[in-house]
Ligand binder design. Structure first.
Ligand code: ASP
Ligand code: MG
Length: 405
């Protein structure tokens, strides 16, 4: 069996943890399996490197940032190979250059295009554990790129798919995917299975377990994922196409405080206004989330939407630049102390009244809803961020999520 095992930064944070991972890999290797290990940088190394860069130059060229950040993963793979050697297991570390893992040219947020499997296969044939740097790639200028924060998950899935691995295990410091953040809801329970679509919604909505591009890729190539803890042997959560629990309307509740609301007030009530507004933002890669447009009155309308907190200032700047040009509005109103609370479940579209039940839970605890957005398998509300914990608990309780898993 070919197994890809990915370990996050917390799982390789120090010598003891590195040996813990090495032992887990050695076990599979000794059982006769082919083992590929994908690693993140140790502990908070990536944050540390970013701080270092900021001290030198807050506007550091993105190419140089990637050059710097890739050293984090290079450190952890080399140390892991040394640990395996110390355990008497043949192993070799490879970086993105050595594998030949190609991405597009977008520094800091590159997308994987192609992975050469020759070198990896040759090393596996020589019965070595192959340890590969997560998060990095090489672009057509022969420069290093990185895949965006948390991108090692995506590396692991891409490798699992390129080599048709039998298993792709994502190890982290939690036991799997929970019905709510256990730090907020004490009796949140671990899901044994979840669909790609549900996981994708959860990952995009701020459940920090998996990089959302890794889930997208796993779905596209049908790579079954297992999310599990590197610290114990608990089974974890399997992410796949279809699951038995799907009949349950709601599977989990997530919240995200990294959001802000922008309202553009007094836009002209004519065709093309929404297009121009969101096109300006899209050109600067600013992702817009919940969108609400008021009905036209006296020839004007308002458009409200949410963006992540990191993008709010840039978004306002871009809109203001077009005030006297293509956008012609009266004023902008911004609210930063907001948060999203969402319920997710693949069975939701076949159950009536799911949204109403969520709104009732919020009403029960006196939480006002500012905006609402829905998809086939998700309902999201925007609320005051001070009520997030209260809201998540109330919704989790209302759907009795702890009892179903
Ligand atoms: N080390 C990178 C980060 O911290 C990539 C990863 O951990 O997946 O974002
Ligand atoms: Mg991660």
């Amino acid at each position: 069996m070919l197994i890809v095992k990915k370990f996050g930064g917390t799982s390789v944070a120090d010598k003891e943890k590195i040996f813990n991972v090495a032992n887990r890999c050695a076990e599979d290797y000794k059982a006769g399996h082919d083992v590929i290990v994908v690693l993140s940088a140790m502990g908070k190394q990536t944050d540390y490197l970013l701080d270092l860069a900021r001290e030198i130059n807050p506007k550091a060229p993105k190419r140089e940032l990637d050059m710097l950040l890739t050293t984090g993963e290079q450190t952890s793979v080399a140390l892991m190979a040394m640990a395996l050697h110390a355990l008497g297991v043949p192993a070799i570390s490879l970086n993105a250059f050595q594998v030949d893992m190609r991405t597009n040219s977008t520094y800091g947020n590159a997308k994987i295009k192609r992975i050469d499997t020759d070198r990896i296969n040759r090393e596996l044939e020589m019965r070595k554990v192959v340890i590969i740097t997560g998060f990095q790639g090489v672009n057509r200028y022969e420069d290093y790129t990185t895949l965006g924060r948390g991108g090692s998950d995506t590396t692991a899935v891409a490798i699992a798919s390129a080599l048709h691995a039998d298993k792709c295990e994502i190890y982290t410091d939690v036991d799997g995917v929970y019905t709510a953040d256990p730090r907020i809801v004490a009796d949140a329970s671990k899901m044994s299975e979840i669909t790609y679509d549900e996981m994708l919604e959860l990952a995009s909505l701020g459940a920090g377990v998996l990089h959302n591009r890794s889930v997208e890729m796993a779905k596209k190539y049908g790579v079954p994922l297992v999310v599990r803890s590197s610290l114990n042997n608990s089974e974890g959560t399997v992410v796949k196409e279809e699951v038995k629990m799907e009949k349950l309307a709601v599977r989990g509740v997530v919240s995200d405080k990294n959001t802000a609301r922008i309202s553009v007030i007094g836009l002209k009530d004519i065709p093309g206004v929404a297009f121009k507004l969101f096109n300006h933002l899209a050109r600067y890669d600013i992702n817009v989330d919940i969108i609400l447009q008021s009905i036209g009155r006296d020839g004007t309308k308002d458009i409200s939407f949410t963006v992540s907190k990191d993008n709010v200032d840039e978004a306002i700047e871009i809109i203001e630049r077009h005030r006297t040009g293509s956008l012609q509005y009266q004023k902008i109103d911004v609210e930063k102390s907001v948060a999203k609370v969402s319920i997710v479940g693949a069975g939701m579209n076949t159950h009536a009244g799911v949204a109403a039940k969520m709104f009732e839970a919020l009403y029960d605890v006196g939480v006002n809803i500012k905006m609402i957005s829905t998809s086939e398998i998700r309902v999201t509300v925007l609320i005051d961020d001070e009520y997030v914990e209260k809201a998540v608990k109330a919704v989790h309780d209302k759907f009795a999520l702890s009892e179903h898993h």
